[in-house]
Design a protein around this ligand. Structure first.
Ligand SMILES: [Zn+2]
Ligand SMILES: [Zn+2]
Ligand SMILES: [Zn+2]
Length: 234
């Protein structure tokens, strides 16, 4: 995995917008697809809503934790094998979006060098994604014993359940449609397609980065770039 400081994305410090943890996924939208950061946000969140099913359907007020928007894909991987049936639960893929503070600090754009040497302007915003016990469950957000979202299997030794398990699993599911390598289905039976395989009228690239700075208090970071298809704007 590439160290986060070795590439040209110039990820801003966490102090710009003070989320509890450093955003683990960043979206960069090339200027030919969006004429500013608000358009970039609308494009990406609309794409994830339509194609990945990430919708704002929480049944109760949910603290935004300094975010500007949030969404989820609910009722995933129902676990029914708990020793205490009260622990049985389904899961949410939960994402929070951060864009306003980046825009106010003029940290909402970056120039990136393409492989052909051209430099292009991208509008960017951040998001934080995690996988957890469904929001409606009394034990939300965590059941340590769960074989999917718990401190189990290869994640048994995680010191922090959120940063060491829920966040990396959320990133795996959003990017690849799997949790611990197992394909996940939506509540209606359709596959939970990962971002790398979603239908898109633009060129989508995913860069997985290894956090390098002390303010990056997450296990993994992804940068997703959206650009016009080769051969010009759509
Ligand atoms: Zn959550
Ligand atoms: Zn929660
Ligand atoms: Zn679970």
């Amino acid at each position: 995995m590439t160290p986060a400081d070795d590439v040209g994305f110039e990820l801003p410090p966490r102090s710009v917008f003070e989320p509890p943890s450093y955003p683990n996924i960043w979206f960069y939208v090339e200027e030919r697809l969006a004429d500013g950061q608000p358009a970039a946000v609308a494009l990406v969140t609309g794409w994830l809503r339509e194609e990945a099913g990430l919708v704002e359907d929480f049944g109760r007020f949910k603290a935004p934790e300094a975010a500007d928007g949030q969404a989820r894909l609910a009722q995933l991987q129902p676990w029914q094998g708990a020793p205490d049936p009260a622990l049985d639960h389904a899961h949410d893929l939960h994402i929070r979006y951060y864009h306003v503070a980046l825009r106010q600090r003029h940290a909402d754009r970056a120039w990136i060098s393409e492989r052909d040497g051209d430099r292009r302007l991208y509008y960017r915003f951040a998001a934080s994604v995690h996988y957890e016990v469904e929001d409606e469950h009394p034990r939300h957000p965590s059941v340590d014993e769960c074989p999917w979202c718990g401190r189990t299997g290869e994640y048994a030794g995680a010191s922090d359940l959120f940063a060491g398990v829920h966040e990396p699993l959320g990133l795996e599911l959003l990017l690849y449609g799997t949790v611990r390598g197992h394909a996940v289905s939506r509540a209606d039976g359709r596959p939970a397609t990962g971002l790398v395989a979603l239908r898109a009228p633009y060129r989508v690239e995913v860069h997985e980065l290894r956090p390098t700075r002390p303010d990056m208090n997450v296990a993994a970071i992804a940068v997703v770039t959206l650009a016009p298809p080769f051969g010009g704007a759509p």
